[in-house]
Structures are given as C-alpha cells and as structure tokens.
Design a protein around this ligand. Sequence first.
Ligand SMILES: [Zn+2]
Length: 371
Amino acid sequence: MSKIALVHNEIFQNHGTPEAHPESPERVAAIDEALHRSELMLELDRISPREATTAELLSVHRDFYIQELEAKHLRAQESGGLIQLDADTFMSQRSFATAKLAAGGGLEAVRNVLTGGHKHAYVVVRPPGHHALADRPMGFCLFNNVALAARYAQRELNLKKVMIIDWDVHHGNGTQEIFYDDPSVLFLSFHQYPFWPPDMGWYTEDGLGNGKGYNINIPLPAGTGDRGYLAAWDAIVKPVCFEYQPDLILLSAGYDAHSADPLGQQQISTQGYFLLTNRLVELSEASNCQIVCFLEGGYNTRSLADSVVATVKVLNAHDKSHRDNLEAFGGIYGAEVGPATHDRNPFLVDDRIAEVRQYMAKYWRSLRTSS
Ligand SMILES: [Zn+2]
C-alpha cells in the first residue's frame, strides 16, 4: 500500500516572528515532537521541500508583490531584525526563503500524490498561507500555499477541477479572492463569524462571473463544537463534493477552532478533528480523488500537535475498518483524546447551516433535497 507523503522539516522554524507572537516556530517543533512520539514517522514518507520558483509564485501572486517582499527581505538582512508588513505579519532574515520553501513544499506534495504513488500528503509548513492575497501579505501569511498548489495541479499536472476545503477558524479570505471568478476551483470555508478578518466570509459572498456558486462560505457562530461542524459537513460539504466531482481535494488545515486554542472561540476537540478527517477520507474515497493537507493556524501548541497527529493517523489508516478501529480504541494516541463536543447553541448552528444550504441551493442541485 502506498504511504502518506509528509513535508516536514526543521527549516520551517526559520521564519521568525516577535516574542509572544502566536505564529511561532515552536508550532512546527511541537508537531515534530508529537509525530515522533506517536511513532507515525516510521510509517510516513518524508519528502524534501524545495523553493517555489518565481514563475510558480506568479501563477497566483503579482510580480510587484514578489519584488516588494524580496526588497523587504534585503532590508531584514541588512538590519538583522524583523520587518513589520502589517498589524500582525512579520518577516525575519530567513522568512523569504522559508516562505518560498513552504510554497514549494506544497507543490512537491501535490506532485508526489498525483505522480509519485503516494496515497495522500500532509504539508507541515509555516508561514501559513490562506490569508495571503495576490498582491499583499495578511494575517501571518506571505504566499498562499494552498492556492499555489491548486494552480500547480492544474497547470503542471493537467487536473481540471480542484476543491479546497478550509476548516481554519478564520475565513480563508486570500484563497476566496484568488479564485472568486474561477469555477475550476471550488472553495469552501468553515469559519467563526463574526470574527477576523472583519466583515468577511458571509455566505452571500458566493463568487463572481463564471465563478458564481463556486465560493461557499459556512459562517458558524462562536461556540460551535464537533456536532455543528460534522452537521455542516454532512449537510453541505458532502453533497456539494459529490456533485462537483473534483480531481483533487486540498485542505487548509487550521486547528485554531480547537476548544483549547487561544485565538478562536470554537469548541472542536481533538476527537472532532479525527472525526472530520474521517469524513474527509470517506469523501475522497467515494469521489476517487486524493487529499493534500496544508497546515494553516492553530496556536495552542499541544492541541495543535495532537490534532495534526489525529489527522495524519486517519489519512494513514489502511481502510475503513482500520479507521473505525482507531475510533473504537480512542487510538489517536493514548488517552489524549477528549470526548466529542457539542455546540453552545445548537439551534443557532442548525439554523445557520439550513440558511447556507437554502441560499446555495440555487447553484447546487444536491442542496435542493432535504438533508
Ligand atoms: Zn486561523
């Protein structure tokens, strides 16, 4: 059986942020430690990242923006300190190279999954990417790793349709903007709403021109737990995926909707990420397409690391009975996994899911029948 390709390397600790900044190098160090502790590393195929080329970056980002970042990189090198790009996004001396490696790591993961015989892939990189716009950095992100991977799959590997699912607690505004008028990339984002970025991510933001209907936002109220996320998955993600029939699924895997996260107010448990990944793998098997996951947010290093391990364990399971067994033994690793969580206000969550379904039903036949 083919293995999971893992992009993971200590070089992703080289992107420096200020002291006490939540997007810290310790995040990937904690994931590294947890993957080793779980003994998963023995079963994974670790692949080396490479820097994305300028031509590859230009498939998503504007030329002047790449040049601007390069100029700021030179300034960071001269000063030896941090350069502030916006309210909370920074560059250190090695950030430019690290960001190009994060982007290129995603491209290598896609290539390995589609042509290298790997089953699925997980890309543990930083800086994260889903807030990065075509022409500017935002929200800790420099290059939009998942968007670059979608373009690479289409341009270099001739895939027609890519589905991007984003379960980070924040709206994936960068990815939304990049593909807003493009029906060949279906973007679907779960997020806490209202939240950051402000005034973005409502479900009426549904695409533009030919892309109308191919941007799906599921804005969930604060306090949504495993139950609500799973209900939204079953009511919206699953039917839409079957109808769209993507050639590849990319996941913007943020873990800041975890109940232990210091930034988000959602209530997903580690078990919840396990169950969501189970749904994701079922969907990929039923749709006959593969999955590449990209690390986005997640700022409690313990819940982040445990949840990444949970995701990778499910991706790595041989088949459904193996996955069910993991669940039966609480076997993500040891007794670290809490019970599945409920929503603070399930009625509010169910109403919102029904509203989104009803609104998007004009584009998707599969949402017209009762769930
Ligand atoms: Zn986030």
